[in-house]
Design a binder for this molecule. Sequence first.
Ligand code: AMP
Length: 147
Amino acid sequence: MEHYKHILLAVDFFEQCETVINRAKELADRYQAKLSIIHVVDSLPITDAGYGADIPFNLDLTAELMEGARKRLAELAQKLAVTTDCQWLEMGSPKTEIIRVAQENGVDLIVVGSHGRHGLALLLGSTANGVLHYAPCDVLAVRLQDN
Ligand code: AMP
């Protein structure tokens, strides 16, 4: 079996992310692999005036969202002993950014969570699905319970 050298944990900070975090940590320990973590702040289209008057269109929540995400990522990194150069806070589409960071940093295993979605939800595509399709390396999709 392959010995992974660089594992990328994709964390969304939702309720069940502990399961995914624990699995990635376990694997990094087992393979003595480098562990990197990534969180992607979804870009919000709120600066588009076409989205109506409910939100003032010059309101920019981006800085606030990034700041909150930065704190959570730093806390997690400390807990997992992940150094600053292995922490990735990106903005955009989660699947695109996860793939890009994996490609650019010689990641050989991506760990994501996966809900047992099917039907329309699957057609629309979850992050796990997108990562599985385009990853340049192995992907571990950790099965999460559906609520
Ligand atoms: P989803 O299919 O979007 O519910 O997400 C499945 C998994 O993709 C999550 O358990 C995470 O591992 C990863 N993921 C989803 N969204 C993000 C995000 N914004 N940043 C990093 N990883 C994410």
